[in-house]
Design a binder for this molecule. Structure first.
Ligand code: AMP
Length: 557
């Protein structure tokens, strides 16, 4: 299939705002996609190149792209940046610039989807010395064979800003429509496969039956189920009657996959962090008494002296570590607390009630006290006991308490009321930095004020909810500037637009309705708590969640 065909679909999608119409466009197109491309096209339709579980990442920032575009169009990177600033869109700018490019071949070849994908793959695989140059060269080759219209979408895809208004929900509906299967069957298959390519292919070839045959696979991470904020202990018990209370450990989530002797560990962001965590690998291999299993837990960094949980930054330092891993283990030892099981010896466990899953989990874990054990749990229907459990958890220095529905299944990727969390501090939001302002006076030369955006669940678009500038320490200022500078797409009147990449946890006093921001909401007195390196923009909080918190806050007043 020619890439131009995919481009025309992107154009049709951009031309309408109707969700129904978009779904129809995607469905019609999927029907026409040949089988061998069904692996890759669904991801490309939502503006991603590789499925979420894949270890491949493009790693192309604006400056690298601009250099490639400059080379192909015979201009300078600065001129590319200017054009992006003028048009306000990377795609349009690249389209304009490529229209000026020197025709390299007399008979322009038609670019194929497969070739574009392979180029992306090559870019992602380039690593080590000289990798930046190799990435640029590959991009240059690709853009040189692209028409201006094709270049527009290549550029947008590369920077993760496709903007055609197709997000996961819409893609799911379109797959169902295309191959005449139910939305619930597609949804279910996506939960276990975590890959729309696999799902679309099965739906096309074998319909609902094919979808139901998709298996969870050890080694392919599953999206984690998320917690909902509990309005109060009383409210949750009113709803559940009886519930499981667990300590909310303040660490980083780990999904541990075991097959035979092989252990793989994935972060919350589904990155493979196995190599950085040999201590957890060793313990998991010893403790998990099953041939095959996928279990979940929290890895907590403890201060060896005080036994209290350490800062999140320390945890991330260990997750990131590539060298001297052993030294880091001694410096920042981990404890792991398991709280769920998704797969056990050929059986998918996510449909089972939580109480059954916990039973299965405890039956296969041989605990190693203080190192690798089950999350502390109390099943009760007593609100008094719940308050006591909560106080004890906080007194021990933990973050809070989880209240879990004993009868509920595990829903990957969803924030449903099956698992509540309760913490003493106000709920924070994880938001994407999409822009920044250059500081003035003492802060000149620093990016000192940041534009915060939440994701629209339906369209995937990032919508502004506020700006944060105060309360940033000098150290943070330095770190933010260092991190954000390479992401600059263009600047206009001191305001900088950034490739969406950095996610920050933001505290605030209140959420207000606001006509000033495109999300319709504004945060009052926002303050940066920390950079959430464990989250990608796709995992940032959504506008829908901001609305939910807004409603909750109104009820509490
Ligand atoms: P939050 O990140 O604030 O939405 O809280 C949910 C997170 O708490 C999960 O993603 C886990 O990483 C973490 N967590 C800590 N202890 C538990 C537990 N006992 N059960 C479930 N999640 C837990």
């Amino acid at each position: 299939m020619e890439y131009a065909r995919l481009v025309s679909v992107y154009e049709n999608l951009e031309a309408t705002t109707s969700k129904l119409e978009k779904t129809r466009i995607v469905a019609d197109f999927l029907r026409e996609v040949p089988e061998e491309l069904l692996d890759i096209i669904p991801s490309l339709l939502i503006g991603e190149v590789f499925p979420e579980w894949s270890e491949l990442e493009l790693g192309v920032g604006p400056s690298l792209l601009y250099e490639a575009v400059a080379f192909v169009s015979g201009t300078s990177a600065a001129e590319v940046k200017n054009t992006v600033a003028k048009t306000g869109d990377v795609g349009e700018a690249v389209e304009q610039l490529l229209a000026r490019k020197v025709q390299l071949t007399l008979f322009a070849r038609k670019l194929l989807v497969k070739e574009v994908y392979e180029a992306f793959e090559k870019i992602a695989l380039a690593s080590g010395k000289g990798s930046q140059d190799r990435k640029i060269r590959t991009l240059v080759d690709l853009l040189a064979s692209a028409s201006p219209r094709e270049g527009k979408y290549i550029a947008r895809t590369v920077l993760g800003e496709l903007r055609v208004g197709v997000a996961e929900g819409l893609l799911r509906d379109a797959i169902a429509q295309a191959f005449n299967v139910s939305v619930s069957a597609v949804e279910r298959a996506y939960m276990v496969a975590n890959d729309f390519g696999i799902v679309a292919k099965a739906a096309k070839l074998e319909g609902e039956e094919g979808l139901s045959k998709i298996k969870m696979e050890v080694g392919r991470p599953i999206k984690p189920m998320l917690a909902q904020l509990a309005p109060s202990i009383e409210k949750v018990f009113e709803e559940l009657g009886k519930a499981a209370l667990e300590i909310k450990y303040d660490g980083a989530r780990v999904q541990i996959h075991k097959r035979g002797d092989e252990i793989k560990i994935f972060s919350r962001r589904l990155e493979n962090v196995t190599n950085a965590l040999p201590d957890i690998v060793k313990r998991a291999a010893r403790a998990i008494k099953a041939k095959e299993a996928i279990v979940e837990g929290e890895a907590v960094a403890v201060d060896p002296k005080t036994r209290r949980p350490r800062a999140f930054q320390d945890i991330l330092r260990r997750f990131r570590r590539k060298y001297d891993v052993e030294k880091m283990i001694a410096e920042i030892p981990f404890e792991t607390y398991l709280f769920d099981i998704l797969y056990l010896d050929g059986e998918v466990m996510i449909d089972l009630a939580f109480e059954k899953r916990r039973e299965a989990l405890s039956s296969i874990i041989q605990e190693e006290k203080g190192k690798f054990e089950l999350a502390e749990q109390l099943v009760t229907d007593s609100i008094n006991e719940a308050h006591e459990f909560y106080s004890r958890a906080l007194a021990k220095g933990h973050e809070g308490m989880m209240i879990k529905n004993l009868k509920a299944p595990y829903i990957p990727g969803a924030r449903v009321g099956y698992m509540y969390k309760i913490k003493p501090v106000m709920e924070t939001l994880d938001l994407v930095i999409t822009g920044a302002l250059w500081g003035t006076g003492k802060r000149a030369g620093w990016l000192s004020s940041y534009i915060l955006a939440a994701r629209d669940e339906d369209t995937g678009e990032l919508l502004e909810v506020g700006r944060v500038g105060t309360g940033v320490t000098e150290e943070q200022l330095e770190e933010f500037t260092r991190r954000l500078k390479p992401l600059i797409e263009y600047e206009e009147a001191g305001e900088v637009r950034l490739k969406p990449s950095v996610v920050v946890e933001v505290a605030y006093q209140e959420i207000q309705r606001s006509p000033n921001y495109d999300s319709g909401f504004a945060l009052r007195f926002p303050r940066v708590v920390r950079i959430r390196d464990d989250k990608s923009p796709a995992e940032a909080d959504t506008v829908q969640r901001v609305r939910e918190l807004y409603e909750m806050q109104r009820q509490a007043k």
